[in-house]
Design a protein around this ligand. Structure first.
Ligand SMILES: C[S@@+](CC[C@H](N)C(=O)[O-])C[C@H]1O[C@@H](n2cnc3c(N)ncnc32)[C@H](O)[C@@H]1O
Length: 419
């Protein structure tokens, strides 16, 4: 069945949305103002998903996508929109989520967008098939993999590894098996973590060590599954990133803000908001993206659930003789309690996508005058900010940061104060 539709807006998943005869249609790769004919594919909630057949009139924000894989690659869904439209759409996503949590009139700043080619952490998928090994990304809404040639989003040194990996992996992977390859830019070359079900024999280890040298990698680590602790197979040099000029060694596969520009924007925001604080706690601290910038002017207590990350952060702080203490703690099950929080005059928290419900409930009861909330999920961000407002905090500036270009993702930082 085909329908003629006028796209009204972009929904939260990045698809264009049109209303017709009381029904919603979700059409990927469309822009507001597009007038088009589409084929109806499947039901989604109370509406239907449809695919473009023909665009009669393009909307004013439609542009030609920059990448030849756009439309088939599962990584990008918004390349057909002007950067200005996308930046504003991401900002509006945050405003809408805040509004749904009953928070209206927030001062949401302009989105800071990372440059093209700045994504420094990426997961490639590799699959060994009859014809050889493919290395790339999933096709859109599919488990199938396609060989990536170009990518306007990721760092060139990571993209340059795709071809050599295609040559390396056939002898390493079992027939019809798949592997995930997490690649991260470090100061001493790319750091790779390969996740694949295979016991490594001596020959495989030697091949990985030779690859590390040939490609000037910092390290290759291997794990059989995501649940296992990765084993470093070959390390040429430490996988180091600089956080406020402090060298920090990354554990294999560890979280890092997706772009240096994004990390800097979030850290600058936190620093400026917490400028007067002398004792700060950084919750969900990771490698210390905010700990190190903040430790230039205050004592910082970093709290994080991952033991390896805490060890790396503390070792780096000790080497740099910085006033940093740290603690491994599961903040979902054992949040810092109000009495503990009251030892600080500044706080930053940056949880995973699920947010920090239990921790926000404790923060809402504490006396800390300035809190910075950082998040990668506008829905849980709005929920946690609501909790803080209900506890007497006032919401100040909110900064949208776009590190995941051409995807519906957005990150944000907000300052909350109490008198
Ligand atoms: C979004 S990352 C932020 C890391 C860091 N703030 C940064 O910007 O690099 C979230 C961090 O929360 C940590 N984490 C996840 N679950 C946790 C838990 N239950 N308790 C404490 N930390 C947790 C992860 O290991 C990760 O480092």
């Amino acid at each position: 069945m085909t329908v003629e539709l006028a796209i009204d807006h972009i929904g939260s998943a990045g698809d264009g949305v049109a209303e017709k005869d009381g029904k919603s249609y979700y059409v990927p790769f469309t822009a507001p103002g597009d007038w088009l004919r589409a084929s109806v594919l499947e039901e989604r909630g109370n509406g239907s998903v449809a695919a473009i057949d023909e665009i009669f009139t393009p909307g004013p924000d439609r542009i030609d996508p920059t990448c030849r894989h756009f439309g088939t690659c599962g990584g990008c869904s918004l390349q057909h929109l002007t950067p200005a439209f996308t930046a504003d759409w991401k900002r509006q996503r945050i405003i809408d989520c805040l509004s749904m949590a009953g928070i209206d009139g927030a001062n949401v700043l302009e989105t800071l967008t990372s440059p093209l080619g700045s994504r420094r952490r990426v997961e490639f998928i590799a699959a060994k098939r009859k014809k050889g090994v493919m290395v790339g990304f999933h096709l859109r809404r599919s488990h199938q993999i396609f060989d990536v040639g170009d990518c306007p989003v990721i760092d060139a040194t990571l993209l340059a590894l795709v071809k050599p990996l295609r040559a390396l992996l056939p002898s390493l992977l079992k027939r019809n098996s798949e592997a995930k390859i997490m690649a991260t830019v470090s100061e001493n070359g790319p750091d790779l973590l390969i996740t694949a079900k295979k016991e490594l024999d001596l020959e495989t280890r030697e091949a990985l060590a030779a690859f590390t040298e040939e490609q000037q990698l910092a390290r290759i680590a291997w794990q059989q599954s995501a649940k296992e602790i990765p084993e470093a197979i070959a390390a040429r040099l430490p996988a180091v990133v600089r956080l406020n000029d402090v060298p920090v060694t990354l554990p294999p596969g560890s979280f890092l803000q997706a772009s240096k520009a994004g990390e800097t924007s979030l850290a600058e925001f936190a620093k400026s908001a917490l400028g007067d604080a002398k004792t700060i706690t950084d919750l969900f601290a990771g490698v210390g993206s905010f700990t190190f910038p903040l430790a230039a002017g205050a004592r910082v207590h970093a709290v994080e659930g991952d033991t390896e990350l805490v060890a790396g952060l503390q070792a780096a702080a000790n080497r740099a003789i910085l006033p940093v203490t740290s603690e491994t703690r599961d903040l979902y099950h054992r949040p810092l309690l109000t009495d503990e929080l009251n030892a600080y005059d500044g706080l930053v928290f940056d949880p995973p996508r699920a947010g920090a419900k239990a921790q926000a409930e404790e923060i809402a009861k504490c006396d800390i005058p300035v809190v910075v909330a950082i998040s990668c999920n506008p829905v849980t961000f709005a929920r946690d900010v609501r909790t803080l407002i209900d506890g007497g905090y006032q919401l100040g500036d909110v900064l949208p940061v776009d590190q995941f270009l051409f995807s519906p993702h957005v990150e944000m930082a907000a300052v909350l104060k109490r008198d």
